[in-house]
Design a protein around this ligand. Sequence first.
Ligand code: FES
Length: 153
Amino acid sequence: MTVRAVTLHVNGETRTFDIRPETPLLYILRNDFGLNGPKYGCGLGECGACAVLVDGRAVRSCVLKAGAAEGRRVVTLEGLGTPEAPHPVQAAFIESQAAQCGYCMNGMIIAAAGLLNRDPHPDEAAIRKALSHHLCRCGTHMEILAAVRRAAD
Ligand code: FES
């Protein structure tokens, strides 16, 4: 494909880039918007570290073409809340001290926020399903589950 203008709406900011539309959205978020919430883990849609919300649903930005995000509302970890007013999921992860190395936190928090967008009071099975394809190499899964339960209360 050739280069063309691609307009993206990210965290309330609208910017246009002359890019190949098949460029992974993750690259534009990190390299052009300067957002480091979404992480590069596997680059294959397998680990979940790069997750962002697109129209309120969690998606993996390493396998989403930037051109496919045009006209949609993209929210990254930075756009969920602020240090002064964190999103309920962010607050619950802090209160539950769910992070160890922190690399998976972006994906876990975005997945939980996406889950609560569609189901404000998910049961245990729904929480586990929403997080099941997000890898955590530290093994802090119990604290993560506790944080999502807290956010869903
Ligand atoms: Fe996107 Fe692993 S970096 S799923």
